[in-house]
Write a protein that binds this ligand. Structure first.
Ligand SMILES: [Ca+2]
Ligand SMILES: [Ca+2]
Length: 471
């Protein structure tokens, strides 16, 4: 029976009524409901007295976190997210500005040249090799001079937006264009050319101007290969923050032996990359075709993978003049190829070969794709009288090695998690290296002074090239 009929109207104003305990169970009217009704309960054994109010019940009590938020709602919460770095106190910016003005006073006409600019940069805490980008940002036309007022404006404006090294670097290299917060390859050219012109480790290159642009292009390609992790052709602030590029630029200032700077700038590494390209580019038009690339490393790569490299899945430039022209590879594309081929453990190399092997572009390597590449390896081995494993057996070995999350396909994540990914790739498209892995225990790690497969390859090849040259 409804409570209303038995006990009178529940919302009839303040009053008291008595519910028999039997009614509580009949109506599902429990102790909690009674308490929510703001009632006073007495005589639990036999009777419950509920005191009613005309106002609705208050909301349930907040938990401690909610209380905390409610109490601090109007309080000041300091800003804690600084995508462009934490701003310096205004007083520090002013102090630096005064330092800049005083430093300019000591130069004729309050102007500095490229050679004098680093003295000003030091006051601002900017590294030596940022000077060319700063020069380009601040100079009037091509005067080669930076004027005091212009520099102070630049400094103050930059401090409005950018407070850490990465966002400042992008700001300077993009010439303060706030709509483009990324670096393009050509933005780096003046900086790298400045390294060619002034680094003591490259003094011998001064006269050989024909190699300057080759070196500059190699360094920029290597920087993009390692830093531009999303393959967009534009380095953004977050990629720069995650990279070692700015540290390496600072290191250039301290290290006179350029070959000690294995990341990006080593001349020996450049020498190896360029000579390898030169060997393949027979007509020296700085482009190579599929036949040229197939000759790399004494035809170590399969035809099928070479075709995939030229399919556009890993190359950037479209070097076709006519739609029917055969696809060509630029020097920059070759740098990406060689770095990927000689060190298959880096994230970019794994992505590079994954893109090549993922023929249908569905984001996984399916069994048919693995079989397609293995088939040619098998044929090549048979043609030179080497006994081969059937595909199924090879597949089992590979799946045991990679341990993919799903047994029916291999994802990029599976390959990045595995420490033996280089062996996986060589099995499917590099015969020479595959046979090499087969001969030695692939799990036995190579212990030597080199920190990467690339550094080892470059050092060994450099020795070879130099000894060939001396013969
Ligand atoms: Ca050529
Ligand atoms: Ca696929």
């Amino acid at each position: 029976m409804p409570i209303k009929e038995e006990c009178g109207c529940l919302n009839s104003g303040v009053g008291a009524f008595v519910l028999p305990t039997t009614m509580l169970s009949l109506t599902g009217f429990n102790m909690r409901t009674a308490s929510i009704l703001n009632g006073v309960i007495v005589g639990l054994e036999s009777k419950v007295v509920v005191k009613l109010h005309s106002t609705p019940p208050p909301p349930p009590e907040h938990n401690s976190v909610q209380r905390e938020i409610r109490n601090t709602k109007s309080a000041y919460i300091p800003r804690f997210y600084f995508p462009h770095g934490k701003p310096q106190p205004q007083i520090a910016v002013e102090r630096t500005s005064r330092g800049i003005l005083a430093a300019f006073d000591s130069f004729p006409n309050n102007q500095v040249t490229k050679d004098e600019l680093p003295r000003i940069l030091k006051i601002c805490g900017l590294p030596f090799y940022w000077r060319m980008p700063v020069m380009i940002f601040c100079q009037q036309g091509n005067s080669g001079l930076v004027e005091r007022q212009r520099f102070v404006e630049f400094w103050k404006q930059m401090n409005v937006y950018c407070h850490d090294a990465s966002s400042r670097f992008v700001y300077i290299l993009s010439r303060g264009q706030r709509f483009r917060q990324y670096i393009l390859p050509e933005d780096l050219a003046p900086l790298v050319q400045d390294v060619v012109d002034t680094h003591p480790g490259l003094a011998f290159l001064k006269e050989a101007t024909e190699f300057h642009s080759r070196y500059v292009h190699t360094v920029i390609a290597r920087i993009f290969y390692s830093v531009n992790r999303c393959w967009s052709g534009r380095i953004n602030i977050s990629e720069l923050k995650k990279s070692d590029l700015l540290e390496v630029l600072t290191l250039l200032e301290e290290e006179d032996d350029i070959n000690q700077i294995m990341a990006y700038f080593s001349y020996e590494h450049f020498y190896v990359i360029y000579c390898k390209f030169w060997e393949l580019d027979k007509d020296h038009d700085l482009l190579i075709n599929q036949d040229d690339l197939a000759r790399h490393s004494d035809h170590a790569l399969s035809t099928r993978i070479v075709e995939r490299i030229f399919s556009g899945c890993v190359t950037r430039g479209d070097n076709k003049k006519q739609p029917d022209d055969e696809p060509k590879m630029s020097y920059t594309d070759f740098v990406w190829f060689l770095l990927s081929e000689e060190d298959k453990r880096t994230p970019t190399a794994i992505e590079y070969w994954f893109r090549c092997m993922d023929i249908d572009g569905d984001g996984v390597l399916s069994m048919y794709e693995l079989e397609y590449f293995y088939e040619e390896q098998q044929q090549r081995m048979e043609s030179i009288g080497i006994e081969t494993l059937p595909f199924e057996d090879c597949l089992c070995q590979m799946l045991d090695m990679i341990k993919p999350a799903r047994r029916d396909c291999i994802t990029l994540g599976d390959l990045k998690r595995c420490k033996m990914t280089h062996v996986f790739f060589d099995t499917f498209f590099n015969l020479e290296k595959y046979l090499d892995h087969e001969q030695r225990d692939p799990f036995a790690s190579q212990r030597d002074e080199y920190s990467s497969d690339w550094d080892r390859f470059a050092a060994q090849e450099y020795e070879l090239l130099i000894s060939e040259e001396n013969e």
